[in-house]
Design a protein around this ligand. Structure first.
Ligand SMILES: Nc1ncnc2c1ncn2[C@@H]1O[C@H](COP(=O)(O)OP(=O)(O)OP(=O)(O)O)[C@@H](O)[C@H]1O
Length: 312
């Protein structure tokens, strides 16, 4: 598969702050690639360097197989950007905003009318087309931000935390829309500090911390990097210490603990421990309320690789 984005050894300093520390990145055609990391890890800086909106100290950047440079307007034309902050003009209506951004790339007025209509439909804003942006809710304003970034039909789209502080309905509409863009052939780079979103839509993910790539791969590949399996949780009455000890003695169990009416059992990777755990509880005469099993999450991966929670 062709790499649409290829970044090698990217270094960016802001004074004493090393924001990007020899970052390598390769995004294949037609994938949604997630940049996942806590606030301040360098996601926005990476995107802005790739787009040549920031100068950088070292490294090489290729887009569509060609070297990227500030003067490469031919490449920039093929890119869409949805910045982290909603960046629209309050003096213009919703429709006029999308048209103004689209006009940067598409001079023909009639073609633009069709593209703007399609973009407004796509993000579900057609009925708000004549409103001023300030009359939109936060979620709808973010959808407008997206419409402005996609109306000219970019082949490569950068979305920088597009769902921060949006309502669940707009969030789902945004995530669904991004998958539809991928299905129509676009390549998407998606930054987020929400692991659930990244797991939901990204084919491959890079975990970033302190300007560095900590790990990358599919979500399943990342989870296989760590030494953790499923968590089993059971609602029970208080448990005797011997019961916890017997559970911990099971070969598939790493740790068992009890707090606030819930038994929590951390299992070894790839272990199928539920039956063994339930049998041990039954043998000890413990009855359970609700019992569930949670697979490891990207937060567990981040915790193990970086020593802290993704959101702390
Ligand atoms: N203009 C700037 N001047 C100085 N330091 C900056 C500047 N912009 C970013 N930084 C620093 O560079 C590092 C990376 O910031 P960046 O905004 O790229 O991270 P991020 O992962 O996108 O975080 P967020 O999700 O909060 O935007 C941080 O330590 C930040 O404080």
């Amino acid at each position: 598969m062709t790499d649409i984005v290829r970044v090698e050894g990217l270094v960016k300093r802001y004074g004493q702050t090393l924001a990007l520390d020899h970052l390598d990145l390769a995004v294949a055609q037609g994938e949604i690639f997630g940049l996942l990391g806590p606030n301040g890890c360098g996601k926005t800086t990476a995107i802005n360097c790739i787009l040549q909106l920031l100068t950088y100290d070292r490294g090489s950047i290729e887009l569509f197989g060609e070297p990227m440079a500030p003067s490469r307007h031919d490449l920039k034309r093929r890119i869409g950007v949805v910045p982290q902050q909603v960046a629209v003009l309050d003096e213009l209506t919703v429709r006029e905003n999308v048209d103004a951004f689209c006009a940067l790339y598409v001079p023909d007025r009639r073609e633009r009318r069709r593209l703007v209509d399609e973009a407004l439909d796509f993000v579900g804003l057609a009925e708000h087309a004549t409103k001023r942006p300030r009359r939109l809710s936060g979620g709808l304003a973010r959808r407008l931000n997206i419409a402005c970034g996609i109306a000219h039909r970019p082949e490569l789209l950068f979305l920088d935390e597009p769902t921060v502080a949006v309502d669940p309905q707009s969030r789902n509409a945004i995530l669904d829309g991004i998958c539809r863009l991928r299905d129509s052939g676009a390549t998407v780079v998606y930054t987020s500090h929400y692991m659930e979103e990244v797991e939901q839509i990204c084919g491959r993910v890079m975990i970033m911390d302190a300007g560095r790539a900590i790990a990358q791969g599919t979500c399943d590949e990342l989870k296989r990097l760590i030494d953790a399996g499923e968590k089993i949780v059971a609602q029970t009455g208080p448990l005797a210490p011997e019961t916890l000890a017997r559970l911990e003695a099971l070969p598939c169990v790493r740790r068992a603990s009890y707090a606030d009416g819930e038994l929590r059992v951390d299992c070894a990777p790839a272990a199928h421990a539920l039956v063994d755990v339930l049998e041990e509880l039954r043998a000890a005469g413990v009855s359970c309320g609700r019992v569930w099993s949670e697979p490891p999450t990207l937060n567990d991966v981040f915790l193990e690789l970086c020593g802290r929670e993704l959101r702390d």
